[in-house]
Design a protein around this ligand. Structure first.
Ligand code: PDD
Length: 286
């Protein structure tokens, strides 16, 4: 079945959806995005994703082509039309397609933003990597300084994933000034003595929607959380490590730069958090 996607107000078969070659998303990576996961045909943490989208738009002085209430309708319509049970909805807004290439932002009255949305079917809840855990390598964080904005400038994260693949690992953790910022497409955590440690929020990392939910659930379950910097060396000596994102939920990490973390198998804290996250998300999904 061909996917039905959404482009600028229209639902179309994916092969018929078109965006101009002058679109600033294409020419300048002048765009932002969100990925909302879908479980049992329902949207997980939808409000959090829309709030972050609004923040990304406002930080870049970009207008939304649709109002925020309409976004829920479009998300649901895409899930229904594609009979999506599990996976995600990708949403991208760019600063539109002016008449020609120009570094200067176009006047939004003349150049409406472009919006594109599509579904991706994926096994999230029972992903095989959860049972084994994943391995990560560390690489230098060479991204720009506004990582709190969810832009489509994903070349370096893509290069990071390729460096990991080449090294026989699953993903990469990014390191700046000796401390882990985050994963290429996820937030990074370690567990030591039962305490969950993750980098504090700043412009250095994306403010993960899954991160916010997981830290809230951890506190509610009386688990101790410490938001601070940690290094690769500390992570290698931790009891557990894990990542979070809308596409992985809580995913255990068992190897860092070839060193086994803890027992080398998914740890109890990560697995418990994953279970709570999945239970609560299923209950709250809309
Ligand atoms: N990535 N950090 C980075 C750099 C990310 O790209 C992501 C999400 C996260 C986790 O954020 P959240 O919990 O809101 O998904 C952290 C998405 C899933 C992606 O690019 O596909």
């Amino acid at each position: 079945m061909s996917r039905i996607v959404y482009v600028n107000g229209e639902y179309l078969p994916e092969g018929e959806a078109k965006v101009s070659i002058f679109d600033r998303g294409f020419l300048m990576a002048d765009g932002i995005y969100e990925v909302t996961s879908v479980l049992e045909g329902k949207l997980v943490d939808f409000e959090g994703h829309v709030l972050r989208l609004q923040r990304s738009l406002s930080e870049l002085d970009m207008a939304s082509p649709v109002d925020m209430d309409e976004l829920l309708t479009i998300h649901r319509e895409l899930v229904a039309r594609n009979e999506l049970d599990e996976g995600g909805v990708y949403l991208q807004i760019t600063r539109g397609a002016p008449a020609d290439r120009d570094f200067v932002f176009p006047d939004p009255a003349e150049t409406p933003s472009t919006i594109v949305m599509f579904t991706q079917s994926k096994n999230l809840a029972n992903a095989p990597s959860v049972q084994t855990g994943i391995s990560v390598i560390s690489i230098e964080d060479l991204r720009w300084g506004r990582r709190d904005i969810k832009t489509v400038q994903l070349l370096y994260p893509s290069m990071g994933k390729m460096m990991a693949k080449k090294a026989g690992a699953d993903d990469a953790w990014l390191v700046e000034d000796g401390f882990v910022t985050e994963g290429t497409s996820n937030n990074a955590y370690i567990v030591k003595g039962g305490k969950i440690i993750t980098r504090q929020l700043s412009n250095d990392i994306l403010h993960g929607i899954t991160r916010a939910a997981v830290l809230r659930f951890a506190s509610e379950a009386q688990m101790e959380v410490e938001e601070r910097l940690f290094s690769i060396e500390e992570a290698q000596q931790a009891d557990e490590a894990f990542i979070t994102s809308a596409t992985t939920f809580v995913q255990p990490v068992v190897k860092i730069d070839g060193e086994t973390v803890g027992t080398g198998t998914p740890g109890p804290v990560a697995m418990r958090l994953r279970e709570i996250y999945l239970d609560e998300s299923r209950k709250a999904a809309i």
